[in-house]
Ligand binder design. Structure first.
Ligand code: GLN
Length: 212
């Protein structure tokens, strides 16, 4: 059952791990839509930008003619949640990107692509996220060739660290995670994102989360 009056949550579906994001959001009772064209984008109130390959996504954003309309929506305050490659696309500065790779500069951070190096190419770890509440259990972070945050600008909130380095951040309506929250079987970060802009579905999400 969909909560009455809820907003349409888009999931950028050009490439990457969009299906699991959509599943997590749907399980929370959100209305969702896959976004591949400017027309799809026009129908959504918020957007999740998934993990995958940021260089490929950057190219597909251009060829699909989504790049500029999406930039306008983000600049206009549409809430976005970028994970892994999605985080890279939202960052101000990208280190070790391809020369033709584009990013939105929507959150004032510098990220280093694949910044955890070969030894830690992919890893999983429990993250303390105080924003989830004083008694919240840690969130299981799945890192896959994850970007490393090497600079955080003023006005950017750090919501979680791993070994002293930021891995979950927020600036205004833009949230980013260097890991894959959609793969942990845990809905809390998706709920946090939805609740940050939609009071109308807060109670529904809280109730449903308890039953998951
Ligand atoms: N390393 C990828 C990139 O540069 C991101 C990996 C991911 O999204 N899991 O885009």
């Amino acid at each position: 059952m969909q909560p009455e009056g809820s907003m349409m949550i888009g999931v950028l579906a050009l490439q990457g791990a969009f299906a699991s994001h959509q599943q997590r959001l749907t399980e929370l009772g959100a209305l969702t839509r896959q976004v591949r064209t400017p027309r799809d984008l026009a129908g959504v109130d918020a957007l999740v930008m998934p993990g995958g390959e940021s260089t490929t996504m950057s190219r597909l954003l251009t060829t699909s003619e989504l790049f500029d309309p999406l930039g306008e929506r983000i600049a206009g305050g549409m809430p976005v949640f970028g994970t892994c490659a999605g985080m890279i696309l939202l960052a101000t500065e990208v280190l070790e990107g391809r020369p033709d790779q584009r990013s939105y500069g929507a959150i004032d951070i510098t990220v280093q692509r694949n910044g955890y190096g070969r030894q830690l190419d992919s890893f999983e770890t429990d993250l303390v996220v105080p924003e989830l509440g004083p008694d919240a259990t840690p969130f299981h972070g799945v890192f896959i060739r994850a970007p490393r945050v090497t600079r955080v600008g003023e006005g950017v909130e750090i919501l979680a660290h791993h070994h002293g380095e930021p891995v979950l951040l927020r600036q205004g309506t833009v949230s980013v995670a260097s890991f894959h929250p959609e793969l942990a079987g845990d809905h809390r970060l998706h709920a946090l994102f939805l609740n940050s802009f939609s009071n109308s579905i807060t109670s529904s999400i809280t109730t449903q989360s308890e039953n998951l």
